[in-house]
Design a binder for this molecule. Structure first.
Ligand code: UD2
Ligand code: MN
Length: 569
């Protein structure tokens, strides 16, 4: 008909044709405007995953461009702000804000200026392993994107995501669809565990699948920054027994701000005798500005790089550790005692969302941190385990701790050093409450009252208290008088305030207010105030004080163990 129309050259026919074409174009344009603007090639969206695509598009359309760029703290308005506050209380994270923030947000380069001049040219590749259990999808994906964007592709073998049997439905089909449609050009492998295995065995599963020269483990709420991977890989290429930790910066859980500790100061890992990881400030002035790796006695556990073969050779993880906790100290002690090194790399920085509480629960409500730590104490700490079990007496001979044969065999096979060797060579600053001290144990008055920390939380300053002596030596009443004259508990020292009150506060090593002399007659003298420690008039549960020295029962303290030869007359 068309041909005939042209042949006929009738004007009305031409007009009709033009109108038809115009109408078709309009219809197409109209239909297109009704379709969401998908960035995804249509061949990747099938009938089955169409609902996922819709959901992702709806989410993506709400992402606010530029929000949180440069790692700046971000804030939402109105209802979103209120919902964000609620989420923070529920998940220890502002999930509303995270969902609105671009997954590939730009971060400023947080490194020390001197790092920027260093050139690294590693030739080995990493497998980055990210484990998760019910984490927020946008947070997991931001972790993944940061790795992709900050890692030169020739250094990245693959990213392995291990889902520790999450129950959150979004982390199944929707996450898979995101990876298939938005990350299809990258080598990302998702492992779904059939049962919840806990973070230790989840990491092991990831490691088993990995094929890179180096394994880099990350928590599922991290953001890598510029050139983070080069110094890690270079150092491992130089020494395959070096296990490395980046500087772990803080991403604020409420506003996602990326904050650093300042340019030239940072911390390495320590531990407390209660079996917890602690941060220790770099003491050595020369180390503070360093850009080369610095020895670290322990690691926090979530973010580290290790040569893949070395990981297996040195005993990977204790597979009988459940849930969460303890594996980081186990690995730290083992690495040092069995011939490796643990180092913090100042020029590699990765942010981590530190949450105030675990947003997930543990099966059976077991104290997995305690049990796992009891396992490592038995295997790696020799006699020093006495100091841990003082904090956890119920775990000392408890079958719940499980069989240790394999780990003890491993220690023998690898001919590892003793824990004393570790303390002497790796962590000589660590205070051992019953070694090289003038006195330790309970400090008792004649009225059966003892010095007591009154259950002071680890991170607080509080009074050095007085309480009825316990029948057994419990941690709350365990004090030492160090050779330096500190009356201390782990990292807390008794210090005189206002020339009268005595507080437990962080040990400074040089403060005169923290300096005490124990005389053979039981007087505890503070030369700074020229006063003596006294229980006179102090009620049970209240703080002791210093008073003019006048002898007598209130100023006499009897320690359970005294090295009499070390005391002045
Ligand atoms: C710290 C470590 C963490 C781990 C832990 C001790 C850092 C920054 N973080 O606690 O990596 O070493 O100490 O065990 O050093 N997860 C599972 N299955 C579970 C529970 C958790 O896969 O049953 C995942 C979780 O989603 C996260 C990772 O394990 O990606 C670590 O858990 P976390 O972030 O709650 O631990 P965190 O940072 O408090
Ligand atoms: Mn974490």
């Amino acid at each position: 008909m068309l041909i005939r129309c042209f042949r006929l050259k009738r004007i009305y026919c031409k007009v009709l044709l033009l109108l038809t074409v115009l109408a078709t174009v309009c219809l197409l344009l109209y239909l297109r405007s009704k379709l969401p603007n998908s960035p995804v090639p249509s061949r990747l969206v099938s009938k089955e995953n169409y609902p996922f695509e819709q959901k992702l598009l709806a989410w993506e359309s709400k992402i606010i461009k530029g929000l949180g760029d440069e790692g700046e703290p971000a804030f939402l308005d109105g209802e979103d702000a209120i919902e964000g506050e609620k989420a923070l209380k529920k998940y220890a994270l502002n999930t509303v804000l995270s969902d609105r923030m671009p997954l590939d947000r730009k971060l400023r380069d947080p490194r020390n200026r001197k790092c920027k001049d260093l050139k690294y040219s590693p030739t080995i590749k990493a497998s980055v392993i990210v484990i998760f259990y019910n984490e927020l999808m946008s947070v997991i994906l931001r972790t993944v994107w940061s790795v992709i964007l900050q890692t030169p592709s020739h250094l990245l073998q693959e990213i392995i995501l291990v889902d520790d049997c999450s129950t959150d439905e979004n982390l199944k089909g929707l996450l898979d669809h995101y990876i298939a449609t938005r990350l299809q050009n990258y080598n990302i492998n998702v492992i779904r565990l059939k049962h919840r295995l806990g973070l230790i065995r989840a990491r092991l599963q990831g490691a088993r699948e990995a094929t890179g020269d180096v394994l880099i483990f990350l928590d599922a709420h991290c953001e890598a920054t510029k050139d983070w991977i080069e110094p890690l890989l270079s150092r491992i290429e130089e020494d395959h027994t070096a296990v490395l930790v980046p500087i772990i910066d803080v991403i604020e859980a409420n506003n996602m701000g990326y904050s650093t500790n300042g340019d030239s100061s940072f911390q390495v890992g320590g531990f407390s005798w209660s079996g917890h990881f602690t941060w220790i400030d770099i003491q050595d002035e020369n180390d503070k500005n360093k850009v080369t790796p610095i020895k670290s006695p322990t690691m926090a556990g979530g973010l580290f790089a290790i040569n893949r073969n070395f990981f297996w050779d040195i005993g990977s993880y204790d597979e009988q550790m459940d849930g969460w906790g303890g594996e980081n100290l186990e690995m730290s002690f083992r690495i040092w005692q069995c011939g490796g090194r643990l180092e913090t790399v100042p020029c590699s920085r990765v942010g981590h969302i530190f949450r105030d509480f675990h947003p997930y629960s543990f099966p059976d409500d077991k104290d997995t941190h305690g049990i796992n730590t009891a396992r490592l104490a038995h295997v790696w700490m020799d006699d020093y385990k006495r100091l841990f079990f003082m904090h956890q007496p119920a775990l000392e001979n408890n079958p719940i701790v499980g069989d240790l044969t394999h780990r003890k065999q491993l220690r023998q096979k690898l001919r590892c050093q003793t824990f004393k060797w570790y303390l002497d060579n790796v962590y000589p600053e660590k205070f051992v409450p019953d070694e090289n001290v003038s006195a330790y144990g309970q400090a008792r008055t004649e009225f059966d009252m003892c010095l007591d920390d009154l259950q002071l939380p680890d991170d607080k300053v509080g009074p050095l208290g007085l309480y009825q002596c316990h029948q057994f030596l419990a941690v709350s009443q365990y004090f030492s008088l160090s050779r330096r004259g500190e009356l201390r508990k782990e990292n807390f020292c008794a210090e005189v305030f206002n020339k009268r009150d005595v507080q437990l506060t962080e040990c400074h090593g040089h403060k005169r207010e923290q300096y005490w002399i124990l005389y053979k007659n039981g007087t505890v003298y503070n030369p700074a105030t020229r006063k003596c420690l006294s229980s006179d008039g102090v009620e049970m549960g209240k703080g002791v004080k210093v008073e003019r020295c006048r002898g007598g029962v209130f100023q006499r303290w009897v320690f359970t163990h005294v090295n009499a030869t070390a005391l002045p007359g």
